[in-house]
Design a protein around this ligand. Structure first.
Ligand code: GGG
Length: 330
């Protein structure tokens, strides 16, 4: 098994080594290849994703990515590393599971999988100033991307034995873009025998229900920006961003990454929580490498650690204590 390892910026350098150690324990033959990407990489080299990084990822077929910082204002020549990686590698689906964990979750009984279309929508990055004081962002939704995304919905819904797939959109206002997304996903799901299990929500209603009745969701599939926002909202139920994993998934290639960012305010303090990175590694095992037993062992190690640790605040030894506590259980 090959793995391209890209810590990125900030606490990516602290949490990714923990996830790599866990994978090494589970896969003794794992071969890792270090690569660079992110804002710090851009400042050093003039590129947020050097060609060598793309080559290493393509050759490995799997990657583990930490976090990126991005400047809050436009910087000439800079483009977000993670958006570049997703688009260049055709990572068209982002899996973001949300579940209740012992001790840390505010409520039990929640187990949903949010699927975010990862390649287009408002994140195609086509923004311009139309005139003084009027900025325009274009939102692209294409039938081909929706078809690829919907094929992934079918695949993971079957793997998970899902009982329902909910499509979240805003087709009452965004008639063409959200309409195409909804109709294409419905067609593909129906063609695979899922018609009776598909329902839909306006994205604002979905947001309310994720707060009011999160147990009612099973698979929730939506467009890029909506998925970004809804999955951050929903991860409150897992215990927050420190517990939120993701997998960017394409054809024969996947890049696992914790949902959290580079957290510059806690870099070097020892307070970074590596659980989201560990759970992202578990997603790589479960979905891309098709090793569900190993993924379940990693999830169970996290669960066992949380039960034993209780609600203790580890302060400046958080990364180390969680790393030791989880990896020793593998
Ligand atoms: N691991 C996900 C991550 O680093 N998120 C931060 C993020 O998306 N920042 C905006 C960007 O650089 O694109």
């Amino acid at each position: 098994m090959q793995l391209c390892v890209i810590p990125g910026d900030g606490i990516g350098h602290e949490v990714i080594p923990v996830a790599v150690s866990a994978l090494r324990r589970l896969l003794p033959g794992l071969q890792t290849h270090a690569a660079d990407a992110g804002w710090e990489c851009f400042q050093r080299s003039g590129s947020s994703v050097p060609e060598a990084t793309l080559e290493s990822l393509r050759a490995s077929g799997a990657g583990l990515f930490g976090a990126v910082s991005s400047p809050a204002r436009k910087v000439a020549g800079y483009r977000s590393a993670i958006l570049t990686l997703r688009q260049q590698l055709g990572l068209n689906c982002n899996l973001r599971p949300v579940r209740s964990w012992p001790v840390i979750s505010p409520r039990s009984g929640i187990d949903m999988l949010i699927l975010r279309e990862n390649s287009e929508g408002l994140y195609v990055g086509r923004e311009h100033m139309e005139s003084e004081g009027i900025a325009i962002a274009e939102r692209q939704i294409s039938r081909v991307a929706c078809e690829q995304f919907a094929a992934r919905i079918v695949e993971v819904a079957e793997q998970r034995s899902a009982h329902r797939v909910t499509l979240a959109h805003k087709a009452n206002v965004l008639l063409l873009t959200c309409g195409l997304f909804r109709d294409t996903c419905r067609q593909v799901l129906a063609a695979h025998g899922w018609e009776a299990q598909v329902d839909e929500r306006l994205v604002d209603v979905a947001a309310l229900q994720l707060v009011e009745s999160p147990e009612s969701f099973d698979v929730l599939a939506t467009t890029n920006l909506f998925g970004d926002i809804l999955s951050d909202l929903a991860c409150y139920w897992s215990g927050g961003l420190g517990m939120a994993p993701s997998l960017n998934w394409g054809q024969s290639i996947a890049l696992a990454e914790p949902v959290h960012g580079s957290a510059p305010d806690i870099v070097g303090t020892g307070r970074a929580n590596p659980i989201a990175a560990l759970l992202s590694a578990a997603l790589l095992l479960r979905y891309h490498w098709q090793q569900p037993e190993l993924a379940a062992r990693l999830d169970a190690a996290v669960e066992g650690f949380l039960v034993e640790a209780g609600a203790v605040d580890f302060a400046d030894r958080t990364t180390e204590i969680i790393a030791d506590g989880v990896i020793s259980r593998l």
